[in-house]
Ligand binder design. Structure first.
Ligand SMILES: Cc1cc2nc3c(=O)[nH]c(=O)nc-3n(C[C@H](O)[C@H](O)[C@H](O)COP(=O)(O)OP(=O)(O)OC[C@H]3O[C@@H](n4cnc5c(N)ncnc54)[C@H](O)[C@@H]3O)c2cc1C
Length: 404
């Protein structure tokens, strides 16, 4: 298919949409990306790019810029309170790091690359459906049809209007806020740190580096919250809630000082969905519209990058739209299934009202996690390596870096 240029419409300018736009525009296809945002902007605060995601960013020529902005993470360390026992302890192997980044930093790099490679990004456009038009596919909006295109990509995220199956809401979401990194504070800038009481209370601190060179370093603070309790949290005095956080984790005082209003925190609702088949007709689902889940394993953006890469590889390798989409689905099938299943299994151990699961986590999973080869398997799981995600894509696993 690489011999001819395709006209491709992409719904959604998030991680999946912009990465796909950049890769496909660079390969010579005509790309238009539509998003509902009034002007290009990221949603959310911070996230982790794993080695597998870095492989895709490397393919886009963005790895070094991302590394320069990120906080390189050596260890994921979660302790139960009040005892302080480490029940989550995953270390990246020598030569590797997780990259904790501001969502805006990743967005800026992907957006700039998509536009520089020739993609057109159209804001202020809410996509609500698709329609077959003369053997092609159109994207539908309130003000009419867009296209028609040879191929359409649904990159609308977890609540996609184009997805045939609605994502199931999870009982817990989390409050997320971006605050200045406390340079002289008590936190290790190489750790994703979490504190738990059973599985119903959880707080986390992630250093997320800089938005742009020479801007101040930031941190993401997050606090697990039942969806059903969000309205009550908004009605509650902020200081009451801060007292609850400090009772769990007194070190957070220096971060909470920077949160002065409920609006300084955003409530992220989590939902879970895995499509059995991420393609139909001339439409492919990428990113969270294909596989939404809680961010506990820190894989969603990485999987969105992998989807974009797989789609671009399939377009390059196949002769028509039907075989292209079948190839895309085949390239992603096992990695997506394994990680969605792992996320479904692990999330309730960290976010649920279960009494049994945190006991199992603390007294079975945690000790088991220290017995070789389990630590290496966990590091591979977190790094995104299980399920051979790069096989068939012509991408190498990133080489170990000196000093990491
Ligand atoms: C709080 C939180 C923390 C996370 N942490 C991590 C992490 O550490 N590591 C990790 O890898 N992943 C993490 N994730 C998951 C990650 O953010 C997602 O998996 C990733 O952003 C999915 O990318 P996407 O392109 O599919 O969707 P999104 O990035 O959500 O982009 C969807 C885009 O579609 C647009 N849109 C939606 N509906 C419409 C419509 N009807 N019409 C037009 N435009 C529309 C939106 O404006 C948005 O720009 C986290 C998620 C959350 C919520």
């Amino acid at each position: 298919m690489s011999a001819r240029s395709l006209d491709i419409g992409i719904a959604g300018a998030g991680v999946a949409g912009l990465a796909a736009a950049a890769l496909l525009a660079r390969a010579g296809h005509q790309i238009t990306v539509y998003d509902q945002f009034p002007a290009p902007a990221p949603v959310g605060s911070g996230l982790m790019i794993q080695p597998v995601g870095l492989a895709v960013l490397g393919q886009l020529g963005l790895a070094e810029e991302m590394i320069a902005l990120a906080s390189p993470i050596t260890r994921l360390l979660g302790r139960t309170e009040p005892r302080g026992r480490a029940v989550l302890d995953v270390r990246y192997p020598r030569g590797y790091r997780g990259l904790a980044v501001q969502r805006g930093a990743l967005f800026d790099l992907l957006y700039r690359t998509a536009v520089q490679t020739g993609a057109r990004v159209v804001p202020g456009t809410r996509v609500s459906g698709t329609e077959e038009q003369g053997g092609k596919i159109a994207l539908l909006t309130n003000s009419g049809a867009l296209g028609p295109f040879d191929l359409a990509l649904d990159c609308l995220g977890p609540r996609s209007a184009l997805c045939p199956v609605a994502a199931a809401d999870l009982a817990f979401g989390a409050l997320w806020g971006l605050v200045d990194w406390p340079e002289d504070g008590p936190f290790d800038d190489g750790h994703l740190a979490q504190r738990y009481r059973a599985a119903s209370v959880m707080a986390g601190v992630l250093p997320v580096g800089r938005a742009r060179p020479r801007t101040p370093r930031k941190a993401t603070f997050f606090w697990s919250l039942r969806m059903a309790d969000h309205a009550a949290w908004l009605a509650r005095p902020l200081d009451d809630w801060k007292a609850e956080v400090l009772e769990l984790w007194p070190d957070c005082a220096c971060l909470l000082d920077r949160i002065r209003d409920h609006r300084d925190l955003t409530f992220a609702r989590y939902a879970h969905r895995t499509l059995g088949r991420p393609v139909s007709g001339r439409l492919a689902h990428l990113g969270d519209s294909y596989h939404a889940t809680s961010p506990q394993l820190g894989q969603g953006a990485n999987m969105a990058l992998l989807d974009a890469m797989a789609l671009a590889v399939a377009v390059e390798q196949c002769a028509d739209v039907e075989t292209t989409l079948a190839r895309y689905a085949a390239l992603r099938r096992w990695h997506v299934r394994i990680y969605q299943a792992a996320s479904w299994l692990f999330t309730p151990a960290y976010q649920s009202d279960s009494r049994a699961l945190p006991i199992f986590r603390d007294w079975v999973m945690a000790p088991l996690g220290r017995i070789p080869p389990v630590p290496s398997i966990l590091a591979m799981l977190v790094g995104g390596k299980i399920g051979g995600p790069l096989v068939g894509m012509g991408l190498e696993w990133p080489a170990p870096r000196d000093g990491w």
